[in-house]
Ligand binder design. Structure first.
Ligand code: ACO
Length: 430
């Protein structure tokens, strides 16, 4: 059996053999298909790139039908159970789990870079008192490029590693400052004796005590949530990171763009929508009525936190999160919205409408409940997503930079505007 696709152009009767590799044909191979020598050649039309592989990647594997998510080959369930965020970030960035020495060096480098330049603090102080923390976060990440002009040396391996250390270490500090700013509290400096997640909790919640002692269950829960969100292959924000990075801009500017993509309610904001939905439903007794409304609405009213473009079975991250929820609620007390969420899941998983459409809880269905119970306002949810995803964004950016097949991203279009016409003088316009 030949690994080729035979295409017959019925406009010309000509036949073409296109190679099939990795289950794909190359869109550029279609360019030879022409009706005349001056014809531009055939293109593919793929809005939202739903059927187009944009790169080769060795970072993350997803099998949406089977509910499998692997980072560098390792199942997400095992990493959530055995690893911690910094180790997982190392794995995502460098391809292998670190040895004991590598882990030690990595953690030390990250710990050394957690401080923010005092001028960054001043820069952040300039935001409106009620500025959205995600707006502060993405602007400040972009501003880092002005503090670290050496980041422009994107083809210098040492420089790339330095920016990687800085970014992984500083995003929690920026996130915490953004949070403290938005609630009018003084910024807290990092405590390098604490773990990555423990220090983040310190920078968020420390009040007047001399030393902040993070609750170990909450610190671990946050760490696991970070592991679950560290990468998810070619999603909207990662595609933004790769596209912006393909212009060879510095990684801070590219990452600001990726964070901006994550800010959107269709991407990083779905868990907030879940909380709003649960609040609107208000009680377990009203769940059946809401489900009826969803089914009758013909897609207009959606069960937020259900369904996924890629996962057509239970999102493996949602399974892990559900387990963490119990641990967190044992410390914080149960989020009163949990009962409503559980009832929705119970009914939906038995209902023909959701079953036939393969709609299962996704990562966002329970994560918002946990974040809320831990004391985070909903505005912080996308920021909490951006911190671990920074590891994925950098890994994907570097992979793109070093991939000899990649060039500046420059898609084509189908022009549907007016044909060429002459300028009309202002007094002659109808
Ligand atoms: N509730 C009710 N019905 C739904 C839902 C839902 N959450 N999601 C999809 N459907 C229905 C659609 O109405 C459609 O029905 P039809 O075939 O009768 O027209 C069918 O299922 C297929 O839906 P699509 O919109 O084509 O699926 P798509 O893959 O484009 O959408 C998406 C995926 C956007 C995630 C969708 O399931 C959704 O809107 N879910 C709710 C929002 C959400 O939770 N987003 C978070 C995603 S995870 C993340 O970004 C980290």
């Amino acid at each position: 059996m030949a690994d080729t696709l035979t295409v017959v152009d019925n406009r010309t009767g000509k036949q073409y053999e296109l190679p099939i590799q990795n289950g794909t044909v190359r869109a550029m191979d279609l360019r030879q298909i022409k009706t005349a020598p001056d014809d531009f050649g055939l293109m593919t039309y793929d809005p939202a790139l739903m059927g187009t592989a944009n790169c080769r990647s060795a970072i993350t594997f997803i099998d949406g039908d089977k509910g499998i998510l692997l980072y560098r080959g390792y199942p997400i369930e095992q990493l959530a159970e055995e690893s911690d965020f910094l180790e997982t970030a190392y794995l995502i960035l460098f391809g292998e789990l670190p040895t004991a020495t590598q882990q030690q060096t990595w953690v030390r480098e990250i710990t050394l870079h957690t401080m923010l330049h005092e001028n960054i603090k001043k820069f952040m102080e300039g935001f409106q008192y009620d500025a959205h923390p995600m707006g502060i976060f993405l602007s400040t990440v972009g501003a880092l490029s002005t503090f670290y002009p050496d980041a422009k040396q994107i083809f210098d391996k040492v420089s790339r590693l330095r920016q990687t250390h800085r970014l992984i270490a500083k995003v929690p500090s920026i996130a915490a400052y953004a949070f403290r700013h938005s609630i009018g509290r003084p910024y807290i400096y990092p405590d390098n004796e604490l773990s990555f997640s423990g220090n983040f909790l310190n920078m968020l919640f420390k009040m007047t005590e001399l030393k902040y002692h993070p609750n170990p269950v909450l610190a671990r829960a946050l760490d696991v949530l970070f592991i679950l969100h560290a990468d998810h292959e070619q999603n909207c924000s990662t595609t933004a990171m790769r596209n912006i990075g393909s212009s060879h801009v510095d990684p801070y500017s590219a990452l600001a763009g990726a964070a901006a993509a994550l800010y959107g309610p269709l991407h990083g904001g779905a868990n907030e929508a879940v909380l709003r939905m649960l609040g609107e439903i208000g009680s377990v007794a009203r769940v059946p009525e809401f489900i009826k409304r969803v089914k009758a609405s013909d897609g207009d009213v959606r069960l937020m936190g259900f369904g996924h473009r890629v996962y057509k079975s239970y999102d493996p991250r949602a399974k892990v999160i559900k387990k963490i929820a119990d641990l967190v609620f044992a410390v914080t007390g149960k989020n009163p919205l949990l009962e409503i969420a559980l009832e929705i899941e119970r009914i939906a998983l038995q209902d023909e409408y959701f079953v036939s459409r393969k709609l299962y809880p996704n990562v966002d269905f329970y994560s918002g409940l946990i974040y809320q119970a831990m004391g985070f306002p909903v505005e912080m949810f996308p920021v909490l997503f951006a911190i671990p995803r920074t590891a994925g964004w950098i890994a994907q950016w570097e992979e793109m930079l070093l991939d000899p097949e990649q060039k500046i991203a420059r898609p084509r279009q189908i022009y549907v505007g007016p044909a060429q016409r002459d300028y009309i003088a202002r007094d002659k316009r109808a």
